[in-house]
Design a protein around this ligand. Sequence first.
Ligand SMILES: *[C@@H]1O[C@H](CO)[C@@H](O)[C@H](O)[C@H]1NC(C)=O
Ligand SMILES: *[C@@H]1O[C@H](CO)[C@@H](O)[C@H](O)[C@H]1NC(C)=O
Length: 280
Amino acid sequence: MWRTLLHVTVMFVLWWECSGFIWERNKIVSSDPGERFQKIPPAQVTADKLMRFFFGIDHRVIRQLRRRHRRSADIPTQSFAQFDAIFIIDSSASIRPQDYKNTLRALQLLTGKADRDRRYAAITFSYNATVRFNFTTRRDTVYKLRKIPFEAGKTNTQDALDICRRELILNSKCGGRPGVRKRVLIVTDGQSNVDKEKTLYRALQIKATGTQIFVIAVGRYLRGMSEIVGLASSTDAHLYRVRDVHGLMRVVRLIPPWHIMREYLHHSWLNGMLARPVTH
Ligand SMILES: *[C@@H]1O[C@H](CO)[C@@H](O)[C@H](O)[C@H]1NC(C)=O
Ligand SMILES: *[C@@H]1O[C@H](CO)[C@@H](O)[C@H](O)[C@H]1NC(C)=O
């Protein structure tokens, strides 16, 4: 009996110590969680990050690409990710029409640079969200992106996420490749302002389907940064910062075209095959 009481007391003291530590820690990190993501990295860093995490290209291949030499170490065969992409594009009034046009242009360029087999769909949002096109080919995507009109309304991010999940991710009849995972790329300049309490929940619903969410946050200083941070699947691999649309264009231009990437991938793959130990 006494032993039990002693035991309980010890446990309580331990718990007190631990939770005291946790409270202490919470106090330190409780300043605005979005603040440290306001910083805008150099375009080259962002471009390499997009290649590595969005396209899923092995970082050793990227390193070789940047050094422009082909001699490679042992690189695994699965050197880039297989996925279909969904663009979710902010069409709210806080964006200037010319910037919107250039955003579409940057996405066209990005599409043109990626794996030819990948399929793309696009959603725009302002007052409401609209599926602009179902999953389609690379070439058709480049053509259709150009035709998307500017809406200049509010920022109904949660509706875009909801439609994305229901009409594209969970709908097998919308042109995606069967059995291929989707990756969502959101381009936005800030915080949602329609039913915004639902935004992070909707993002969570998408993540629960095994879909990764990438966010390109455009703007010098973003007021909705903590929401944007919550949308992305992670802060180190899924969150990208550019100062303005020109910054986005610069980043995309720094990504080499697919035929160059493929050359490096192929070469690395061959070397990987040759260098791999027999015991593997
Ligand atoms: C579009 O948004 C408005 C305001 O948010 C809402 O009242 C309306 O029902 C929506 N329309 C559609 C078709 O979802
Ligand atoms: C996408 O496909 C669905 C059928 O799954 C269809 O109802 C819808 O109209 C299509 N959307 C567009 C924008 O083509």
